[in-house]
Design a protein around this ligand. Structure first.
Ligand SMILES: Nc1ncnc2c1ncn2[C@@H]1O[C@H](COP(=O)(O)OP(=O)(O)OP(=O)(O)O)[C@@H](O)[C@H]1O
Length: 610
């Protein structure tokens, strides 16, 4: 019940609909009770007494009752449907909003499938229960109470006799539901495993074919198909076993009723009309008993779904605005970033970053180099306030980022990630994602800087071409250029390029970087790269290894030192006696003998080399 109390905020505003729906169903059920009494009247007072003149009136009365019952059922359906859908609508919105604000820490552990099922299956369960299930549960009680009371009022002895088999029927119905429910769950589970196999197979068809694993995939699918089949057969067996038992138990009470009732009619203890009325009423008792297990299960399932939804709604937001968090005035932000002795560990892990410090004045370019897992992305995650720094501090224009509004900080930053995500929309919308009011001119300008304009213009519908999930497929490099345009359009004070040019060829990278040179002016830029060519122009290059800074300096300074940077350079430029172009040329030439001396190449360096 606690779950329903906590969900009250969603259904209580719709209480009118809830009451109307319950009231209409109760009236419709109550009107149903008129039939047995009509039958009794028809037999005892019309047919037996040969008052046939009453038949037309009675018929009209039946028509009236049926119409009224139909009308109340209609209003029950209407209000129940509205109620369920409105509640589900509010909950869906609340859930979606919460999902938007949940922290990175939550998503590190969340499973997409699980979240999707909360948003769909669990919400649907609640919609059905609040819209109809709850009213039906109450209705079952109404039917039982009204039906039993009426039977007892006709003849309590006959009613008691008839009820003998009811506890057995109720027990069997509950047991049946107890068995069929897990069986259905397994059927659903095996169906989902089977569809996952199909989905994966279609998505990964290239991998399957390139490894010639079609027979393996066929076998894998057959196995899952087999499980699905046996689960279905198991379910049918339960059904086949329990249904006749329930049928027999239900009919046992009918047999008792007809036997004992017939005897009473012969003995004139009850009238024939009363027996027929009881015969009609018995179904008012049997059908709730029959559905008892289903209703109990429906209730517990809804409770479980409600718990899962509340679990998301009550999730703690790890990163949120502190009370009195200040908002930055966009026009006054300079973009001076400082990390001061930052040590950070992901939950239940060794620190990913130790004592990290950097001073990035407005407009400076900081390069981060290091092997996989050395902590480069962690640096920028912390800057974006994806996680809270507890040890050390990060400041923006001298203000601790924890004292600023999260949105306000993120508004100053644009990131180009290594893995580009494009929404299923037009290229224009994808570029303008962070800047909804951007003009077409601005979008084109950003695309030109990102060297995306030319290939976009070659697409059938140019900037209106739909890309992403259901749209046109783009190459990795093309996607990356769109995401660079998206970041540039935002015109941020801080630009983060997380291996942003890894998917483009060297020549395009050079072209994009030439463009960057211009757009990076006046912005503080953090470049993460594996290629030295991507960050050699940085004002300061920081080399990380297992979360620790092992070297720092400019390209030229680092080339003079023995260490990871020069070894990486050595590997990446192994086939070239000197760089073909760029600022490092002179340094490279000057330190060539030293480079050649660096013969030992560790596995770490190999990983660094692309
Ligand atoms: N979300 C996370 N949750 C837990 N541990 C993480 C998370 N992200 C990174 N780590 C761990 O933190 C360490 C640093 O990872 P990080 O992603 O910062 O490295 P990186 O240098 O950016 O690597 P790459 O070059 O592969 O992107 C690694 O040991 C990694 O396993």
């Amino acid at each position: 019940m606690d779950v329903f109390r906590q969900l009250k905020q969603f259904y209580w505003p719709e209480k009118k609909l809830l009451f109307v729906s319950i009231f209409c169903l109760a009236v419709a059920t109550g009107l149903g009770l008129v039939y047995p009494n009509l039958l009794r009247y028809l037999i005892d007072d019309v047919i037996s007494k040969k008052n046939f003149g009453l038949v037309p009136k009675l018929s009209l009365f039946v028509v009236g009752v049926v119409s009224l019952k139909g009308m109340f059922q209609f209003f029950h359906g209407l209000s129940g449907g509205r109620l369920g859908n409105r509640v589900a609508f509010h909950m869906r919105n609340a859930l979606y909003e919460k999902l938007q604000y949940l922290s990175f820490q939550y998503y590190d552990q969340a499973r997409t499938g699980d979240l999707m099922s909360r948003l769909t299956a669990d919400l649907e369960q609640i919609r059905q229960f609040i819209g109809f299930g709850f009213a039906q549960l109450l209705n079952v009680m109404f039917m039982l109470i009204f039906g039993t009371a009426m039977m007892f009022s006709i003849n309590w002895k006959l009613a008691l006799l008839t009820m003998i088999s009811m506890p057995f029927l109720a027990y069997t119905a509950i047991r049946f539901e107890g068995k069929i429910h897990p069986a259905f769950r397994q059927v659903r589970q095996s169906l989902s495993t089977m569809t996952t196999a199909v989905q994966e197979n279609i998505t990964g068809v290239r991998t399957v074919k390139s490894f010639a694993r079609e027979p393996h995939e066929v076998d894998k699918f057959s196995l899952r198909n087999e499980t699905y089949r046996s689960m279905n057969i198991q379910t049918s067996s339960i059904w086949a076993k329990y249904f006749p038992i329930m049928e027999i138990l239900a009919n046992l009470s009918v047999i008792i009723l007809l036997g004992a009732g017939g005897y009473m009619v012969i003995n004139n203890t009850i009238t024939l009309g009363e027996l027929v009325a009881c015969f009609s009423l018995i179904w008012y008792i049997i059908s709730p008993m029959w559905g008892l297990g289903f209703h109990i299960n429906n209730f517990t399932n809804t409770k479980a779904s409600g718990e899962k939804i509340l679990d998301v709604l009550h999730q703690y937001l790890h990163v949120k605005d502190q009370p009195n968090a200040a908002a930055l005035n966009d026009s006054e932000v300079k973009g001076h970033v400082r990390f001061e002795n930052v040590t950070f560990a992901y939950p239940e892990k060794q620190p990913a970053l130790y004592n990290f410090s950097v001073d990035a004045p407005p407009g400076s370019v900081i390069g981060l180099l290091g092997s996989t897992g050395s902590g480069k992305s962690t640096v920028i995650s912390l800057l974006m306030r994806a996680y809270n720094v507890k040890d050390g501090k990060i400041t923006l224009d001298g203000k601790d980022v924890r004292s600023l509004q999260v949105k306000s900080v993120r508004d100053q930053i644009a990131t180009v990630f290594q893995e580009t995500f494009l929404f299923s929309s037009t290229i224009r919308n994808n570029i303008a994602y962070g800047q909804k009011d951007a003009t077409m001119e601005e979008i084109v300008r950003a695309a030109k800087f990102a060297k995306a304009h030319d290939f976009i213009m070659e697409l059938p519908e140019g900037y209106d071409t739909v890309v992403g999930e259901r749209g046109l497929g783009l190459s990795g490099g093309q996607k990356q250029r769109i995401s660079i345009a998206r970041a540039l359009l935002k015109d941020p004070k801080i630009l983060i390029l997380d291996d942003a040019t890894s998917a483009v060829d060297m020549e395009t990278e050079h072209e994009i970087q030439a463009g960057f040179g211009e757009v990076m002016k006046g912005r503080t830029t953090f470049i993460i790269a594996h290629r030295i060519s991507s960050l050699k122009h940085a004002d300061e290059i920081i080399v990380l290894d297992e979360g620790r800074v092992v070297q720092r300096g400019t390209h030229e300074e680092l080339l003079q030192q023995e260490g990871l940077y020069r070894q990486t350079y050595n590997i990446q430029y192994a086939d070239q006696p000197r760089e073909q172009s760029g600022a490092g040329e002179a340094a490279a030439a000057a330190y060539e003998p030293a480079l050649k001396a660096d013969k030992h190449v560790s596995s770490l360096e190999r990983r660094l080399a692309h």
